[in-house]
Design a protein around this ligand. Sequence first.
Ligand code: SAH
Length: 302
Amino acid sequence: MPPGSAPAILRRFTRAFHPNPPRDGAKFTSRTSVRGAPLTRQHLNITRTPSNRLLTKRAALALLCVPSIFTMAWRSSGATNDELIDNLFANEIASDAVQSAMRSCDRKNYVVVGDAYQDSPQTIGYGATISAPHMHAHCLSMLEDQLVPGARVLDVGSGTGYLTALFASFVTAEENKDGVVVGIEHIPQLTAMSVENFAKDGKEHMLANGKVELVTGDGRLGYPPRAPYDAIHVGAAAPSVPPALIEQLARGGRLVIPVGPEGGHQELRVIDKDENGAVTERTAMGVIYVPLTDAEHQLKNR
Ligand code: SAH
């Protein structure tokens, strides 16, 4: 790329302002900054070499989008949990119900390092991240119709437990209904951390009364003891949709799952099972997530 060319200038300009720039030779993708899905250094370093013509076309497009490159993923950040949610809501990312659930869980109780009220993913160790708040808001919005009091929810790759707690605030809202949320995580230290996080957030009663279960296991197999589930969320990208998750989806239920290769093109899929058991699928958006994999592989790559 010639140093004075539009792509080169754009690249230097973008790198100067981007809080997490890819290494030399890697390119920025709109998915990296716009979607704000869980990112790892490894994922940011996806290298592709498009032709010069394509690059120039992309640079022109990117120039038009420069303000959003700098602001999309971070514009909803706040100084407090309430301010973060105010900003998400002002940006019309979240509905009223999603908003009040997100107010009821203080993200600082789930974040290990970094600014809990920044609208971006943060590392939680063990090769995992907590997703950006706007990504959690999107996933909650996609599952909102299923998240009625009394519903059963499975959160695969529950990590910090933050999203699991958000699900619980929807489905356990009415005392007399038996809503239940299972968070399944394959790194035992993360499961233990999520239990502590629930306590920090004043939610240990949800674990004590069995409305929330935080378990260690391979989420690719689902969690048969509490199936079927009205809503299943997967917080890590699967190479293909695990059949057990479709099997454990209730009629009228919805599964939201990122699908695609590790570090490659991934899509957030929305899979519905209707009242007759027929399954349909659509793609909601392009995303970048850490892989849904085995623990050994995950820990090797961190
Ligand atoms: N949803 C969580 C964590 C997202 S990161 C949050 O936002 O806080 C993805 C998580 O999936 C990681 O914690 C990772 O350890 C977990 N994971 C990856 N493969 C898994 C598998 N096969 N079974 C269960 N959990 C898995």
